[in-house]
Design a protein around this ligand. Structure first.
Ligand SMILES: [Fe+2]
Length: 284
């Protein structure tokens, strides 16, 4: 009887904990110093929203983004859930408000890339979604580089869309050394280089390509995090992924992996709070 009561209490605690952890997010702040940055500027990074809404119309998320006072909003993918077209509406409504705060730059995750396939049932809805975003003025980066303003700085911003084979489950498919350079020509190396690349498994390739800073998502923090150790499993079902969440210094360059804001399929977060990222860029 005591065992049964203990199990029931543990189940109740788990349910309440998950209800709490899945509906709250925190703001994680990073400072990045570079001699290519002349004036302090701030970016907000929103990753893996997956159509989730914090309050009505994502009001809690929007309020926190406003508090950051970003000069740009960067999105390294997975704003929606490919199978669930209702999430496109949430993503669109959120982006409609975000672009009133600052210019928005959006690079695809695997969920967006999947929807490029005309055979997908939701492909037409995805095209409508993209058209509506373009009409709003959201800059969609489909493996391309643009020179943009980051506050009073001019910087280069690239978006990398990986082929779906790089998301295959059960391992990390190798990436050729030439892959990055073939897809994204490094331009104006004297300027600070920002890269949006959804899958953090290739963090070393992004840094080697020359991105001063890369923003990734995809891992959702690994769903379950073990304090002091990190993520238990990646979405590609690799155990203890190296680039799970947080900031990684790779040589002179840096990769920041977001724990994301939403979930899909497995709605679990243990020791793994969702996060909005604020990045302050400062002169060296
Ligand atoms: Fe993803």
């Amino acid at each position: 009887m005591i065992i049964l009561i203990t199990v029931l209490i543990l189940i109740m605690v788990y349910i309440l904990w998950q209800k709490w952890e899945l509906t709250k997010f925190c703001v994680t702040t990073y400072q990045i110093h570079s001699n290519k940055i002349k004036k302090t500027a701030v970016a907000a990074v929103i990753s893996d929203l997956h159509g989730f809404s914090y309050g009505l119309g994502n009001e809690q998320l929007l309020e926190q983004v406003k508090n950051i006072k970003p000069q740009v909003i960067l999105i390294p993918g997975d704003m929606l859930v490919s199978k669930d077209s209702k999430t496109y509406d949430t993503a669109y409504e959120t982006l409609k408000e975000l672009i009133k705060i600052a210019p928005v730059y959006y690079s695809y995750g695997n969920h967006e890339s999947r929807l490029r396939d005309p055979e997908r049932i939701n492909h037409p809805k995805f095209l409508q979604y993209l058209n509506k975003l373009r009409a709003l003025g959201v800059a969609i980066l489909e493996t391309e580089t643009r020179e943009i303003s980051l506050g009073e700085n001019r910087v280069m911003l690239s978006g990398l869309e990986l082929e779906l084979e790089f998301y295959e489950k059960g391992g990390i498919p190798p990436m050729e050394d030439s892959y990055m350079k073939e897809r994204l020509k490094m331009q104006k190396e004297e300027l600070f280089q920002i890269l949006l690349a959804h899958n953090p498994a290739y963090a070393e390739q992004y840094a080697a390509w020359g991105a001063d800073i890369t923003f990734c998502g995809h891992n959702h923090g690994g769903l379950i995090r073990i304090p002091g150790i990190g993520s238990l499993v990646s979405p590609q079902l690799t155990l203890f992924p190296k680039y799970d969440a947080g900031k990684f210094q790779i040589g002179r360059n840096c990769v920041i992996v977001s724990r994301g804001l939403g979930t899909h399929t497995f709605h679990v977060r243990i020791f793994n709070r969702a996060e909005l990222i604020s990045v302050e860029f400062l002169p060296q």
